[in-house]
Design a protein around this ligand. Structure first.
Ligand SMILES: N[C@@H](CCC(=O)N[C@@H](CS)C(=O)NCC(=O)O)C(=O)O
Length: 218
């Protein structure tokens, strides 16, 4: 019987969307190799013809797994969930909780991250970048804090870890990089702190990746 090939993740250490997938792979206990795609160097390796054939949007992450090439972090996470439901579920069985998980994931993945993504910031001057990024994160985090007040238990939705938590932690790291004031977001801060104690969030952290520059290593 043919041995299945090890999955390959095209990832950039600091990419929050890549981190989402790294967390999911770690939680699911899936062994994989990383091919780093440097989004900054030489104008960005995401724009090479070779990478564009894998990711027509010129974005990481991309995961090669089970003879399929997948882009878009939430689609990848849902694929992992459907094909590998054990050892941990990332979407609750209960439809209402499942919708809450998807709602929170979408707030982050559609309502915050794309507005402060590299390609958007590159179109602005250095000074405007910071103000813009802070404004969109504050606007999204205001909404998220409000939502979490009714959905959260220990984690974003109740006491089970989910895709929403996987989206939260990398977005908080982005916010920290842009020096967002966290005092209006006590629920976000509390959940983030709890999640960062977990091994899956630590091994996948931007400070511990093969392409992490020495000065940023944990
Ligand atoms: N919706 C996509 C977004 C992917 C995305 O924005 N990736 C960023 C890094 S987090 C990227 O590759 N940016 C490259 C660029 O903007 O040139 C996903 O969830 O995977």
């Amino acid at each position: 019987m043919a041995v299945p090939e090890k999955p390959i993740l095209y990832s950039y250490f600091r990419s929050s969307c890549s981190w989402r997938v790294r967390i999911a792979l770690a939680l699911k206990g899936i062994d994989y190799d990383i091919i780093p795609i440097n989004l900054i160097k030489d104008g960005g390796q995401q724009f090479t013809r070779e990478f564009q054939t894998l990711s027509p949007m010129n974005q990481v992450p991309v995961l090669k797994i089970d003879d399929v090439t997948l882009a878009q972090s939430l689609a990848i996470i849902e694929y992992l969930e459907e094909t590998r439901p054990t050892p941990i579920r990332l979407l609750p069985q209960d439809p209402k909780k499942r919708a809450s998980v998807r709602m929170i994931s979408d707030i982050i993945a559609s309502g915050i991250q794309p507005l402060q993504n590299l390609s958007v910031l590159k179109k602005m001057g250095q000074e405007t970048q910071l103000t813009w990024a802070r404004a969109v994160i504050n606007s999204g985090f205001g909404a998220l804090e409000h939502v979490l007040q009714s959905t959260a238990g220990k984690y974003c939705v109740g006491d089970e870890i989910s895709m929403a938590d996987i989206c939260l932690v990398p977005q908080v790291a982005n916010a920290e990089r842009f020096k967002v004031d966290f005092s209006p977001y006590p629920t976000i801060s509390r959940i983030n702190k709890t999640l960062l104690t977990m091994e899956a969030f630590q091994v996948s952290h931007p400070s511990r990746q093969p392409d992490t520059p020495p000065e940023l290593r944990a």
